[in-house]
Design a binder for this molecule. Structure first.
Ligand SMILES: C[S@@+](CC[C@H](N)C(=O)[O-])C[C@H]1O[C@@H](n2cnc3c(N)ncnc32)[C@H](O)[C@@H]1O
Length: 245
């Protein structure tokens, strides 16, 4: 994943701004609601980026948090945060496509990872690697680009949630897009939207069961339901949960 490594090495510390714009708040609310209770549990986060979610997992009481990312700079940044505010999180630089079994975790998460798989075979390989790190009965929670997103919404009214999503080429097995974070200083990164069924298919072929899409949750705030209507209709993200046998 040299291409995504390069762009995230460049984004580094600015990345976490995307968690605090409205779409990032809805992402957090949706993803965190889909997680089982973390208290006393072990969690592996794959493609951890700056360590934003691993820090949340530790703060929610997880007993063990291991987090990996293929980008050296992301891991360095996450370790730097861990040094400053120790939570006992262990970070490692590893590629999800070649992820070894690091343990049998109660919960494995991957936020904005699977869309970056190079092709359908790589998607299956990454998903199998995530599943192989689950304890029996463990839960996998993945957040991916929304397969049934409406690109007219994402390229237009979605801007009120802090970024827009613009198609950058024709779709093959996935639709390439540019995600443009609109607040200052603006920045953009590449992403890939896969078709309906692609992620559920990969989760099933990895031997996982109870594959479920989590409901979209928006923050309850002063902006009111009307503000969130387009995001509810066409979120940029989708969260799937699945269990190991
Ligand atoms: C959009 S960021 C999301 C980071 C983090 N999950 C979050 O939500 O804050 C995508 C991350 O995926 C990582 N990544 C991309 N391909 C990867 C791979 N094959 N193995 C591990 N990490 C990968 C990138 O380095 C980057 O940190």
């Amino acid at each position: 994943m040299a291409e995504s490594d390069e762009q995230y090495d460049a984004l580094g510390q600015t990345y976490e701004r995307a968690k605090h714009i409205p779409t990032g708040l809805a992402e957090q609310a949706t993803f965190l609601s889909a997680l089982p209770d973390l208290a006393g549990r072990s969690v592996l986060d794959v493609a951890c980026g700056t360590g934003f979610y691993p820090r949340v997992f530790a703060d929610l009481g997880a007993a063990e948090v291991v987090a990996v990312d293929s980008s050296a700079e992301m891991v360095a940044y996450a370790n730097h945060r861990e040094d400053k505010e120790p939570r006992g999180i262990k970070y490692r630089q590893l590629d999800a496509a070649e992820l070894p079994v690091l343990g049998g975790f109660d919960i494995v998460t991957a936020v904005w990872l699977l869309g970056y798989a190079d092709d359908p075979a790589a998607l299956d390989r990454m998903t199998a690697n995530l599943a192989a790190n689950l304890a029996p009965g463990g839960t996998l929670v993945v957040l991916v680009p929304n397969p049934d997103a409406d690109f007219d919404v994402l390229a237009g009214p979605y801007g009120r949630y802090g970024y827009d999503v613009v198609r950058t080429g024709s779709a093959t097995f996935r639709q390439p897009v540019s995600v443009r974070v609109l607040d200052e200083p603006a920045f953009a990164f590449d992403s890939f939207f896969w078709p309906v069924g692609a992620f559920e298919g990969a989760l099933g072929r990895a031997g996982l069961v109870e594959i479920t899409r989590a409901p979209t949750i928006v923050p309850v705030d002063e902006r009111g339901e009307e503000f969130w209507a387009d995001l509810r209709q066409s979120p940029s993200f989708a969260v799937f949960t699945a269990k190991s046998n």
